[in-house]
Write a new protein. Structure first.
Length: 367
């Protein structure tokens, strides 16, 4: 235990004495949380739609047909049960619900129709808002074909819109959890790998191998400071999200920190595995940068997974950040509980065991 404390103190002193790291740890989260949400935006395709047809008329079938034919929309569910459609919306299998009221065609002919209701899942604000616009345009075009200019009621008045989980359609609220994960990948993944390889280049690893200090003790002493720094950075990012953007978790904060701990264990085990196979800083930086780009582009951090090609969606199953971003967004915007997200926590736990076991095995091979 005394040896561990000495090594841990040594690691904190190294971080403190480094002229760059302390500034990076403080400045990077602040800059990322303040600047990136202001400049990032996305286009959206493959918006999954559920049509609740209570009218069962030629008009309602034509609306559904136009939705199905759209290059931006995908008719996923056709039903007459609104609760079933809402279940699909809550589970994330559909992004919007179009509810066509009963006797809509007849009432429209009498110029007294009820409004078509559009309910959108606005957790992804961009997908929610763009999907809503696509639906409004598609339905309006369909109704214009049927009513033309003679209709005494404008088609826009026949549609009401309701956004769930992100009522203001603020895209920043969708992006901020992804930015938090980027900070985690850098602090708890990139930096520990560079630190361990730095010990290799300085010859410390060889010195440790001939001392009574176990490799587990040495590795924990190297990683623990970055784990603590990662949790500190998460806390700072959450405070900035609240202070600057008014974004607070709808669910329990403990659910976020549990996911964060599992992700820290996963990404640090992953980085340690890479460090075990690397001999120089340049090798480590190149490999880590390669994987960081994959994590950023294919884990749903920047681009909705549903908008990716089929082959890319299959690859995302093997990417740990995919599960953590789902946890963060669901807890922040939907108020989801641990029980509702158990499969994501389980996936992160499996990845943590897998990567840390692999790191231990590959480290032993270097004895």
């Amino acid at each position: 235990m005394r040896t561990f404390k000495v090594l841990l103190r040594k690691e904190f002193l190294q971080i403190r004495r480094n002229s760059f790291l302390p500034r990076l740890i403080v400045a990077f989260p602040v800059l990322v949380m303040l600047i990136m949400p202001l400049i990032m935006t996305m286009d959206v395709r493959n918006v999954n739609v559920a049509v609740v047809d209570l009218d069962r008329s030629a008009t309602s079938r034509r609306i559904a047909s136009h939705i199905r034919a759209s290059e931006y929309l995908s008719l996923t569910v056709a039903t007459s049960d609104f609760q079933l459609a809402m279940k699909h919306l809550e589970e994330g299998t559909v992004d919007a619900i179009v509810e066509i009221p009963s006797a809509f065609e007849r009432d429209m002919a009498a110029a007294l129709p009820e409004r078509i209701s559009i309910t959108a899942n606005a957790v992804n604000a961009t997908k929610g808002s763009m999907g809503m616009q696509y639906l409004v345009q598609t339905i309006s075009r369909t109704l214009s074909e049927l009513k033309a200019e003679k209709s005494p009621v404008g088609t826009a008045e026949l549609i009401t819109v309701q956004n769930r989980f992100n009522p203001t359609l603020n895209y920043r609220h969708y992006m901020i959890p992804a930015l938090m994960i980027m900070l985690f990948i850098l602090i708890c993944g990139f930096l520990p790998a560079l630190s361990i390889v730095g010990e290799k280049e300085s010859g410390t690893i060889e010195q440790i191998n001939v001392t009574p200090v176990s490799r587990l003790t040495f590795t924990l002493a190297k990683l623990l400071p970055y784990w603590l720094i990662g949790l500190f950075v998460l806390t700072v990012a959450m405070c900035l999200a609240w202070a600057v953007y008014g974004l607070t978790p709808e669910g329990a904060v403990g659910s976020i920190y549990l996911g964060a701990i599992l992700f820290i264990l996963t990404i640090s085990g992953f980085s340690l595995t890479i460090a075990n196979f690397s001999e120089t800083m340049q090798q480590t930086m190149f490999v880590m940068f390669f994987f960081i780009m994959i994590f950023m582009l294919m884990s749903g951090l920047l681009t909705p997974i549903d908008s990716m090609p089929v082959w890319a969606r299959k690859i995302t199953v093997a990417l740990p950040p995919r599960y953590f971003v789902e946890i963060l967004r669901s807890v922040y915007l939907k108020g989801a509980t641990i029980a509702e997200l158990w499969n994501n926590y389980l996936a992160l736990g499996i990845f943590a065991i897998l990567f840390n076991t692999l790191a231990a095995v590959t480290y032993k091979k270097q004895a």
